[in-house]
Design a protein around this ligand. Sequence first.
Ligand SMILES: Nc1ncnc2c1ncn2[C@@H]1O[C@H](COP(=O)(O)OP(=O)(O)OP(=O)(O)O)[C@@H](O)[C@H]1O
Length: 538
Amino acid sequence: MENTMPDDLWKDSFDKLLDIQPQLRNLNIIKQSVRPALNMDSSVENSNIGTELNVSFQNKENDSLESYIPRFCPISTPYTYCKKFICEMSPITGINLDGLECNKEIHKNSLFKRKVCFEDSSKDKKNESFDCEVPKNLLLKPGKWRKSLNIWRRTQNIFPEKGCMCSKASCVTTITRPFSRRKTIFKKNCTVNFKNEILQHCQQTKPTSFDFEYAECNMINTKKIGEGVYGEVFRYTPSSGNRHNFKTDDVVLKIIPIEGATEINGEMQKTFKQILPEIIISKKMSSLRNGKTNITSGFANLNKVKIVSGKYPQHLIMLWERYDHKNKSENEHPQIFRDDQLFLVLEMNYAGSDISNYTFKNAEQSYNVLLQVIITLAIGEEVYEFEHRDLHWGNILIEKTNKKRILYKFNGEKLAVCSKGVIVTIIDYTLSRVTIDECCHFNDLSTDEELFTATGDYQYDIYRMMRKELGNNWSSFAPKTNVLWLSYLISKLQGKVKYESEHTRTHKINLQKLKDLHNTILSYKSAADCLRCLFKLS
Ligand SMILES: Nc1ncnc2c1ncn2[C@@H]1O[C@H](COP(=O)(O)OP(=O)(O)OP(=O)(O)O)[C@@H](O)[C@H]1O
């Protein structure tokens, strides 16, 4: 039975879109007039991801769509039928899903003008005039894409520090480092000593010893629970002498090497300057739990920030190895750090497991999780012009709670959401944008080609949609980007997350509520706009 093909195997991406956007049927768009799934993002999910995506194109001279049909790619629409479905519209990225408006700009950028690498341009002199900026086969795993991107780079023999090396394709591409572009626009004229500023945030005058701060004797039940490209994440229970406020909440340490000259996990270490905004954003978002007119506990609870230096404590190294043994770490062994390595440590409350690993009771629970995310984003928008910009399902954590209701305040108005037994926390502000004290902090992705070329999940469409929404100006405030991530989240809650029981009436009613909201979500301008409508606020 396990080898039986899924019932919806016959569906191509447009068929699937009709399931979730039934109003498209009213437009009477017939399949013959829809282009094949050149955008492979969504359709590839049900395909054999291991199969190489061949995006070499046969004929570059003719600018018509036909010349850009891949010769072979693992899409659910069989290639033999591709040429039948030709028009200038893509069911995924060619239209705005809410307005059903044909999005010519995206066409220009991502389909017709998409620059590609030819496998062997030396055989064809004409190819020399064709810029080769978009890498081949950039198929990333859903969720934490930085790791996936680094693995892709390694397999393609691309070394970012040299700009690019493309060993097989005879083209020179410019692969820029995507994640070191954290910027802050200061509206007031001021010069900042980043190191001192960070030490102030840490309430330190100089870095303290890593071994001393995180000695084994002060930490109980410690284990490594996660990793990102920038850091290792450990969880522990503070030993009684080390509990500051008599709470027994478990602590999470996110340990990020900084300021060193060596690359870690394929990335240059962040500098004081680059890490400061992450500290500021984390602190401010966390402080919203103690706000006056706006209150949410939906952003990670940051208790402390510390700068430590020295070798990794031996007990953490052992836990790192245990995790590696069990889960196969993609990060480098912490033994590689020198004795004078600096680390930034963010101490947060443990906030559960991420949505991709969570099994919901039913859609009623997941619908209430969605409401918690909407309210939290809305409050972030109101107070700090916050856009998360990377809210994939690995960055939304869920934990069980005994509280019946989660309470919020939005512009002075008290709101409550039934918890249905779970509480939500949003994490990871690496790409986030905020305005704090007249400074705008953001991550400039304007020259990042890789992220906008990636495929493999609807997630990667969202980065392209954000770029369009922002006009590639990443400092500007466009809360619609939060709405785009909500649309992504709803699609995951409908079809991708795990449910304990799917046959109850409650589940079906709430799944319908998710579908209804999915049909309208992109018509909202911001999470706050959506919240006002859902809670009938003025
Ligand atoms: N407060 C927390 N509670 C529980 N788990 C957490 C917490 N913070 C982080 N984690 C876990 O650690 C993982 C990595 O954290 P995070 O996303 O903040 O790291 P990162 O280095 O920013 O990752 P990226 O590679 O996306 O930059 C998360 O996916 C999550 O599983």
